[in-house]
Design a binder for this molecule. Structure first.
Ligand SMILES: CC(C)(COP(=O)(O)OP(=O)(O)OC[C@H]1O[C@@H](n2cnc3c(N)ncnc32)[C@H](O)[C@@H]1OP(=O)(O)O)[C@@H](O)C(=O)NCCC(=O)NCCS
Length: 134
């Protein structure tokens, strides 16, 4: 049975290990623990999924709770993928801020996932890369 929790009071090493075990760690700064600690501490809506004492999923978002929820990371342990955990993490993230739209950038491996579970593609999303001057 999978248990879901809200909150970012988590063991950093467990979180980094989960990012690696989901493959999302290939595109996140998992070797920079200070940066990962800040990513966890400063996110204001974090949901986790647990199989007993094992961390098996995380949804890490920034939200104002009334208009916009930016879902920065969604990761499910490879051994636990395709069991509905990712969808349930998003469902519970949305339930924490029911008036807010959930907005995200899909990782390459998840481009087909979000439309499959009900997201609509937005054709005017824009990104300013870190360090790029305007
Ligand atoms: C993408 C990810 C979060 C999905 O989580 P999950 O718990 O495995 O997916 P779910 O069980 O919620 O899947 C729900 C549905 O989507 C389908 N699905 C799962 N992964 C999919 C994918 N990569 N592409 C297309 N469909 C997918 C499932 O088969 C299921 O379909 P069904 O309802 O018709 O049976 C997870 O596979 C993961 O962590 N991947 C690696 C990291 C990553 O890419 N994260 C996304 C960052 S934006």
């Amino acid at each position: 049975m999978i248990i879901y929790r809200v909150g970012n009071d988590l063991n950093l090493e467990d979180v980094i290990e989960l990012y690696r075990a989901s493959t999302l760690g290939e595109r996140r700064p998992v070797d920079d623990s200070a940066r990962m600690a800040a990513m966890l501490k400063n996110a204001n809506l974090v949901l986790t999924a647990w199989d007993g004492n094992l961390l098996v999923g995380i949804s890490r978002s920034f939200t104002d709770f009334v208009y916009a929820t930016y879902l920065a990371d969604l990761a499910v342990r490879a051994s636990h993928q395709r069991l509905g955990i990712g969808r349930e993490l998003i469902r519970r993230t949305q339930a924490e801020a029911t008036q807010a739209n959930v907005i995200l950038l899909a990782a390459p491996k998840a481009v087909d996932y979000y439309p499959h579970i009900g997201f609509r593609q937005h054709n005017s999303a824009w990104m300013l890369d870190a360090g790029k001057q305007i």
